[in-house]
Design a protein around this ligand. Structure first.
Ligand SMILES: C[S@@+](CC[C@H](N)C(=O)[O-])C[C@H]1O[C@@H](n2cnc3c(N)ncnc32)[C@H](O)[C@@H]1O
Length: 591
């Protein structure tokens, strides 16, 4: 990961400061709508947050490159840290500048040291295209010759990524276990959407489901790469491209694996985000940035015709929109957005401070958009349109908090010599968002390497049962009080799941089951085997774990079921998660 762009004093800290100074008890208890206007108009957020246009800066590019050179030093050999600095330097440098060319050339040097000869040659090409200085040209000629020779000698420089490549040979593409709905082919036809006062919308099965059943595979409506991956992965397709990223010419944040990805991102959202994305990441956490991404993606579905969008949304009967009954085989992007538009906001159960925070954030984002982007020109003519922008931002600042899902990949940890799951992005999924939470879940989510997300049953669910996801608060890892507080704070509900009602203990205090009745399964041995991150091994273990979970799954909770669920998930992750290539470089450098 790279350094986070988020600053210590951001929008939340400013809000909290103003809130404590300005708000009286009467405001908090009474109607706050008038106060909202005054509050946001008077707030000195522009200066306090030091909002400023993002500009290329060669001096900064040079200083970041020097930092990279220190990491590159033969006694230091922290090449990955060095290349992240070179990438940041490339992002800051002006197009065609010597600083840009030298950063590419330095990146070629690291590629050479890491035996990535094709990428070394690509960086030499990029350096030359960027006016690499004549006085240093001989260095590049020599490196180019060496790389070509090494490439010939190596035969094939392709890196084999253990998990991903092998998985195709072992498990193939992950598919739904059952036929999909005719009009919602990404959801097993046995699933239906229900609604109640207690649960809102929720998903049930009309037949018995077994552990291992794949019941939903969904493409996100939109997604957002975490800022700490900006110098490692393509901002559009998320591919790990640390050796060949190219920069957006408008901002100092976005980098891409190809011009094609850059153009697609620009068309879908970056055209609007480009002038404000650095400030967004500086002053906010990922949730407001994802909310902005949802709004811009939605506006793009309307080709920036905000009049048409406003008309459509004001005519929309929200109660009638359902991701489960829409015909996805013919749906347009506008119709897909309708299903995002009606995601839960929990607006009616938010307290004054929560609502005011989101109004405050909306005001800041709207102002940035109107001052710096094409939306300013569009909204100038009609104040109703800027109101629409406000409504959308406020809405999705709420829906994102409640419905956002993290995307994961497997990262090699050089110090422990094993793979760990990491969260590199957030995404909005209209169908997955219909799953409610339980602290003792019966399904689990797996990010697939093509960017979709699969829902897999993790213990048997009887016909008529509800499918329960886990929002990050599991009974085996967190105490009941803490879980309930967190769920109430972020998701605004009082959890009454089986684990909360029956007060299931933490993992060390869980009962053990009588394994003699079900055959022994050595959790420790399987764990050690899976740590190897070998896809063939995972594919072999999966049916065994699946059988075991279906046998013992009814005896919940127990140490065995919880551990087995963990190992089961791990096997799926090894087979289907994106896997980092980083294991291939640590042999040549220091972490
Ligand atoms: C991702 S949405 C799930 C779908 C939601 N029920 C709906 O109607 O859109 C998350 C929200 O659903 C509700 N929710 C989730 N799990 C719940 C549960 N176990 N009991 C009650 N409400 C729950 C909460 O309002 C939560 O913020």
């Amino acid at each position: 990961m790279c350094d986070s762009l988020e600053e210590k004093f951001g929008a939340w800290e400013l809000f909290d400061e103003i809130w404590q100074k300005e708000m009286t008890d009467d405001d908090i208890l009474g109607d706050i709508s008038d106060k909202v206007v005054l509050f946001t108009e008077d707030s000195p957020f522009h200066d306090r947050l030091n909002l400023r246009p993002d500009v290329k800066d060669n001096a900064k590019a040079q200083s970041i490159r020097s930092r990279g050179n220190k990491f590159f030093h033969p006694k230091v050999k922290r090449y990955i840290e060095a290349i992240k600095c070179y990438n940041e330097s490339i992002a800051f440098s002006e197009k065609g500048s010597e600083d840009r060319a030298i950063a590419y050339a330095n990146r070629s040097m690291i590629c050479y040291e890491l035996h990535r000869y094709e990428e070394c040659l690509e960086n030499i090409r990029l350096a030359r295209d960027s006016n690499y200085p004549e006085r240093l040209a001989s260095k590049l000629v020599k490196r180019e010759e060496d790389a070509k020779k090494a490439l010939l000698a190596a035969g094939n420089n392709r890196i084999v990524v253990k998990g991903r490549v092998d998985s195709k040979a072992c498990g193939g593409e992950l598919k739904l276990t059952y036929n999909g709905h005719e009009t919602v082919p990404q959801v097993a036809e046995c699933l239906t959407l229900c609604e109640s006062k207690t649960f809102g919308r929720y998903v049930v099965t009309n037949q018995n489901l077994n552990a291992g059943d794949v019941v939903i595979i969904e493409q996100p409506f939109c997604r957002l790469l975490r800022d700490v991956y900006r110098c490692i992965r393509c901002e559009f397709c998320f591919k790990e491209s640390i050796f060949t990223l190219i920069p957006c010419e408008g901002c100092t944040v976005a980098m891409y694996c190809t011009v094609e990805c850059m153009e697609k991102a620009y068309k879908q959202y970056h055209r609007i985000e480009c002038p404000i994305i650095r400030d967004m990441w500086r002053i906010f956490t990922k949730l407001p940035v994802l909310s902005l991404r949802v709004v811009i993606t939605a506006i793009n579905c309307y080709d920036y015709n905000l009049h048409e969008m406003r008309q459509h949304l004001s005519d929309l009967n929200e109660k009638k929109v359902s991701a489960f009954s829409m015909d996805w085989t013919t749906a347009t992007m506008r119709e897909i957005y309708d299903t995002v538009h009606v995601l839960e906001t929990n607006a009616n159960v938010r307290d004054s401070k929560d609502r005011m925070t989101r109004v405050f954030f909306t005001t800041i984002i709207r102002k940035l958009l109107l001052e710096r982007t094409d939306l300013g020109k569009i909204c100038e003519i009609d104040s109703d349109l800027s109101e629409l922008l406000d409504d959308l931002l406020l809405r999705h600042l709420q829906t994102s908090a409640v419905n956002m899902h993290s995307l994961h990949y497997m990262e090699y940890q050089p110090s422990e010599k094993l793979y760990e799951i990491e969260n590199h992005a957030s995404a909005c999924f209209p169908l997955l968002s219909m799953l409610n939470h339980s602290c003792a879940p019966n399904v689990t989510r797996v990010t697939l390497y093509d960017g979709r997300c699969a829902v897999i049953v993790s213990r048997p669910i009887p016909k008529g049962g509800q499918l329960y996801d886990n929002y990050g608060m599991h009974h085996s890892l967190m105490g009941r009080k803490e879980r309930m507080l967190d769920l109430a704070k972020q998701y605004k509900f009082i959890c009454k799941c089986e684990a909360c009602i029956k007060d299931y203990p933490l993992y060390p205090d869980l009962p053990s089951i009588d394994v003699t009745r079900h055959g022994m399964i050595d959790i420790g041995v399987i764990h050690d085997e899976l740590v190897e991150h070998d896809a063939k091994q995972a594919a072999n273990l999966l049916p065994k774990l699946r059988r075991y979970l279906n046998d013992i799954g009814q005896q919940y909770p127990s140490k065995e079921t919880c551990s087995c669920q963990e190992l089961f998930l791990r096997s799926f992750q090894i087979l289907y998660n994106p896997t980092s290539e980083s294991a291939s470089y640590w042999q040549y450098c220091k972490p």
